[in-house]
Design a protein around this ligand. Structure first.
Ligand code: AMP
Ligand code: ZN
Length: 472
C-alpha cells in the first residue's frame, strides 16, 4: 500500500489511482523570467522521486508540467507587475526571447539532475484559448465578474475555498497588501484575477491577446487549471508544488477548476518543503527567492567543484516535507556519502560473486520506506545498511538490488558500474603489471604505476581480496 500525506485532508492516505490507464500528476512549472534556483530544483527533484516511486510499483505515470511564460505577477495575488514584462522592461529584450532562454536552461538543469522529463511540457502562451474558454464559462455561470481592469473569480461562490490552506478568510496572510494596485471594483480582497485587461497599469503589456473582454493576458492561476484539465482530465490524481502554493495559488486553482467542471479537481495534493540557505558557521538562514536576487543556481554549485548528482544526493536523502538547509558542509557531506556508494559499486563490480541470500529483507524495508509517504531518509538508511552488511559479510554482489533502489534515487548507479567495467581492463592490466613488479621487488615501477593511475583519478587499495581500485 502506498500512502501519501494529502495537504487537502491533512493526513496520510492510501493512494488509489483514479483511472486504470495512468496516474496523472501535474507539477506547477517554472516562471521563466530568470534562472531556476536550487530551491526550485528541490521541488522538481521531489516530484521526480514521486514519479519514480509510482513507476517502481508498476504504475504508468503521465506527468504534466507547465511553463509559466506570462501572467505571474511579482505578488502572487494580483499585485505588482508581470514578472516577464518586468524582466523585459529592465533588459530591453523581448519577453518571448527571455522566456525561451530560461526555459531551455531550466530543462537542461533538470536533465543534469537526472530528473525524468515530464510527459507533457506546456507553455501558458500556447494555451490562451483554453484559458479563455474557462474564463468565459466561469463568467457565464456566475462564478466570476468583470471590472474595468480584470475578470475576477468570486471566492464567496466557493464555500470550501479555505480547505487547502486551512486559514480563515479574514486571517489569510499573503504578504503585505498593495493598496495602490488594488482594483476599487474588486468585491473581496481575496478575489483573484483570471484575466487581466491590457490597460491601466498593464497598458504597456507586450504579451497580450484579443478576447471578448478586450486585449489582455491570463492570470497565473488559470493557466495551471486550464492546462492540467486539458492534459489530465477534469479529475486527476496528484498535484505537486512547493509549500508556498498552499496559501494562494493552489486554493485558487481548486476554486476555479471545481466551479468550472462541477467535479473534484485533484485527489492528492503533495507539497514540498522549502530549501533554505544556511551558513557553515552559524544558524542564520536565508530564504532563497528569484525576485530577491539572492539565489544559488545549479551552475553555481558546479562552479564550486560539485557535481549535480551531489545536490541530488542531498535532496533525495531528505524528506520532501522537511525543510532542507543548504550549506557547503551539507553539500560536502552528501558528496562524501555519494562517493562511498560509488566506491562500493566499483568494488562490487570488481569482486563479483554470488548474490547473498539476505538481500530480500532489505528490499522489503526499502519498499516499506518509499511507500510510506516517500520516506527517503529511511530508504537511504536501508541502502547504507545493506552496503554495510555486504562489506561485513564480504558478499559484495548486491548490485541488482542497488540498481533497483536507484530506479527511485536516480543517482546513476548503473552508469557508475558501467564506467568501472569499461575501465576495468585497462586498470587491471596495470594492476597485474604492478603485482609482477612487486614480486620482482621492482618497487620503483610499482610506485610509478600507482602514481600513473592516480593521475588518471584512480586510487589503488591493497586488500585481502587483492588490489582493488576506485575513483578519487
Ligand atoms: P516559480 O518558478 O517561482 O514559479 O517556482 C517554481 C517551483 O519552485 C514552485 O513549485 C515553488 O513552490 C518552488 N519553490 C520556490 N522556492 C522554493 C524553495 N526555496 N525551496 C523549494 N521549492 C521552492
Ligand atoms: Zn500552478
Amino acid at each position: 500500500m502506498i500512502q501519501f500525506y494529502n495537504t487537502l485532508t491533512k493526513k496520510k492516505e492510501e493512494f488509489t489511482p483514479f483511472n486504470k490507464d495512468f496516474v496523472g500528476i501535474y507539477s506547477c512549472g517554472p516562471t521563466v523570467y530568470n534562472y531556476a534556483h536550487i530551491g526550485n530544483l528541490r521541488s522538481y527533484i521531489f516530484a521526480d522521486v514521486l514519479k519514480r516511486v509510482l513507476t517502481y510499483f508498476g504504475y504508468n505515470v503521465k506527468h504534466v508540467m507547465n511553463v509559466t511564460d506570462v501572467g505571474h505577477l511579482t505578488g502572487d495575488d494580483d499585485e505588482g507587475e508581470d514578472k516577464l514584462q518586468k524582466a523585459s522592461a529592465s533588459s530591453g529584450i523581448d519577453p518571448y526571447e527571455i522566456a525561451r532562454h530560461y526555459e531551455k536552461i531550466f530543462f537542461e538543469d533538470l536533465e543534469k539532475l537526472n530528473i525524468i522529463l515530464p510527459t507533457v511540457k506546456c507553455r501558458a502562451t500556447e494555451h490562451i484559448e483554453d484559458m479563455q474558454k474557462m474564463v468565459a464559462k466561469l463568467l457565464a455561470d456566475g462564478f466570476a465578474y468583470e471590472t474595468d481592469q480584470a475578470i475576477y473569480f468570486d471566492i464567496t461562490k466557493f464555500p470550501t475555498y479555505t480547505q487547502l490552506s486551512g486559514q480563515k478568510l479574514d486571517d489569510k496572510v499573503v504578504g503585505a497588501r498593495d493598496e495602490v494596485n488594488e482594483d476599487p471594483q474588486k468585491k473581496h480582497p481575496q478575489d483573484f484575477s483570471i484575466w487581466f485587461k491590457a490597460k491601466g497599469r498593464f497598458a504597456n503589456h507586450i504579451m497580450k491577446w484579443p478576447s471578448p473582454w478586450g486585449e489582455g493576458f491570463p492570470g497565473w492561476h488559470i493557466e495551471c487549471s486550464a492546462m492540467s484539465i486539458k492534459y489530465l482530465g477534469e479529475t486527476f490524481d496528484i498535484h505537486t508544488g512547493g509549500e508556498d502554493h498552499i496559501w494562494v495559488h493552489h486554493p485558487n486553482e481548486i476554486a476555479q477548476s471545481e466551479c468550472y467542471t462541477g467535479k473534484k479537481f485533484v485527489r492528492y495534493w503533495l507539497h514540498g518543503a522549502f530549501l533554505v540557505v544556511g551558513k557553515d558557521d552559524s544558524d542564520e538562514e536565508v530564504k532563497m527567492s528569484k525576485s530577491e536576487g539572492n539565489f544559488l543556481r545549479l551552475q553555481t554549485i558546479i562552479d564550486n567543484g560539485f557535481l549535480p548528482v551531489h545536490y541530488r544526493m542531498m535532496c533525495v536523502s531528505s524528506h520532501y516535507r522537511s525543510k532542507l538547509t543548504f550549506t557547503n558542509k551539507s553539500l560536502t557531506a552528501a558528496k562524501n556519502a555519494y562517493e562511498n556508494i560509488r566506491d562500493f559499486i566499483s568494488r562490487a563490480v570488481q569482486i563479483g560473486g554470488e548474490k547473498p541470500s539476505w538481500v530480500a529483507e532489505y528490499v522489503q524495508k526499502f519498499e516499506d520506506a518509499i511507500s510510506d509517504d516517500l520516506n527517503m531518509p529511511v530508504a537511504m538508511a536501508v541502502m547504507n545498511e545493506m552496503i554495510k552488511k555486504a562489506q561485513e559479510t564480504k558478499e559484495y554482489n548486491i548490485l541488482e538490488e542497488l540498481y533497483k533502489f536507484d530506479e527511485v534515487f536516480g543517482l546513476g548507479f548503473k552508469e557508475i558500474a558501467e564506467s568501472s567495467a569499461s575501465l576495468e581492463d585497462e586498470v587491471q592490466k596495470l594492476i597485474d603489471e604492478r603485482k609482477v613488479a612487486r614480486k620482482n621487488k621492482d618497487f620503483k615501477r610499482a610506485d610509478e604505476i600507482r602514481q600513473e593511475l592516480l593521475e588518471k583519478g584512480i586510487v589503488l587499495e591493497d586488500t585481502r581480496e587483492g588490489t582493488l581500485w576506485h575513483k578519487v
